[in-house]
Design a protein around this ligand. Sequence first.
Ligand code: GLN
Length: 492
Amino acid sequence: MTELTDLSVHEALTGLQKGSISSRILTQAYLARIERLDPHYRAFLTLTHELALQQAEQADRLRADRKRTDAKLPPLLGLPLAVKDLLCLQGVRCTCGSRILEDFIPPYTATAVERLLQAGVVVLGKTNTDEFAMGSSTENSAFFPTHNPWEPGRVPGGSSGGSAAAVAAHLSPAALGTDTGGSVRQPASFCGITGLKPTYGRVSRYGLVAYGSSLDTVGVLTRDAQDISLIFPHMAGYDKRDATSSDRPVPSFSLPEHPDLHGLRLGVPDEYFIPGIQLEVERAVHAALDIFQTLGAELIPVHLPHTEYAVPVYYILAPAEASANLARYDGVRYGLRQSSSSLLEMFENTRGTGFGAEVKRRIMLGTYALSAGYYEAYYSQAQKVRTLIKEDFDLAFRQVDLVAAPVAPSTAFRFGEHQDDPLAMYLEDIFTLPANLAGEPALAFPIGFDDYGLPVGMQLMGPHFAEPSLLQTVHAYQQVTDWHSRRPPEPV
Ligand code: GLN
């Protein structure tokens, strides 16, 4: 028998609309499953048990009322959702995975979350993250690491590892994540689910705690592209509270009933198939490309020659922006404050004890790159190379509609494997960083397993605002494959 928690977003919404399930029963099923299984995974930092039940009951009441009057209902009414603990929800603590915000209760709600609440979602809780989203494994959370549901000795990826593990383990049908350099796509890939990093500016960053402001995006993780296409349009769109949000209208689009990709030109860049990439990852990507071709897509070699600079460029720019953004945690305005005899000592003690090692490393790297004498050599130079990376894509998108690539050079690694070697950890991001540097949308999805039974993912990248075509293309692939419906074993 299928359990309620096995329903996908579209199945759950159909059940809710038909009245065969109530939001209360669905929400209770998820809360019970979280209570039973999350001690194994540790995907959640905070559960919003009471709030969720209140929202679910309200959803059921609204549905019952409107049925009588035939009025229009919010599109996601009663759908449970998990939220990465980097997005503010009024009245619920937002830790960002950091001791410095351990007790911070935001007085406002992030626009993306607010819009989904307007659309009717029920919030189950806040999910674990690397501290301030700095990491690729969720090991940098100040509280505890999250375990990969496919293999508890392995990381779920990061920094949205809590969200990815929650969706993969059926603790939530969908979750919000953030992607500054790959944090939606890489954990989606490590956990065998589907994750969208939208175009920069497509979803408001208001209420998203800032890491690298020119790179940060709010994305969504679900089991398949169809589920993302139901949620994403309701979080996107212009917001006057985010000066970088785009005023381009959010288009409505539908997913094709039949998988047919004739006319689609799919670019395959050499630069993403480099020595050092795990053999099974490369093989799985080629196998998936064959399927795209069978569906009618034309595969065209493209060149993105500046790809190799993405890691050094990102690891100058992101820490530079982070060092400025994190200056606000000084013990004066909000968050942790360590008492001391002088103001300077208070700053030092608060930041010294409040931030973890990786965050301190980034602040130091960023401050160095921005300091007089080094600014030109590092920060300015990195900005110029960022433009070259963006221009590589502009050129490629004159020849092709989308670009296909692996998400990460390897499948989920073991806890501790890269913990002593920050550079090795940074190299994990090599394939995800370019889309952030260029501001482009990208969609990661599962395409197989490696010899250890760990999920392998790939991504499609598109020109700005190509979300509809990314979702349509991956939906076609998911209509003829079933990787997205595989699920990890239940813990015993
Ligand atoms: N792993 C990258 C970093 O540590 C990206 C993280 C992210 O996208 N938030 O910066």
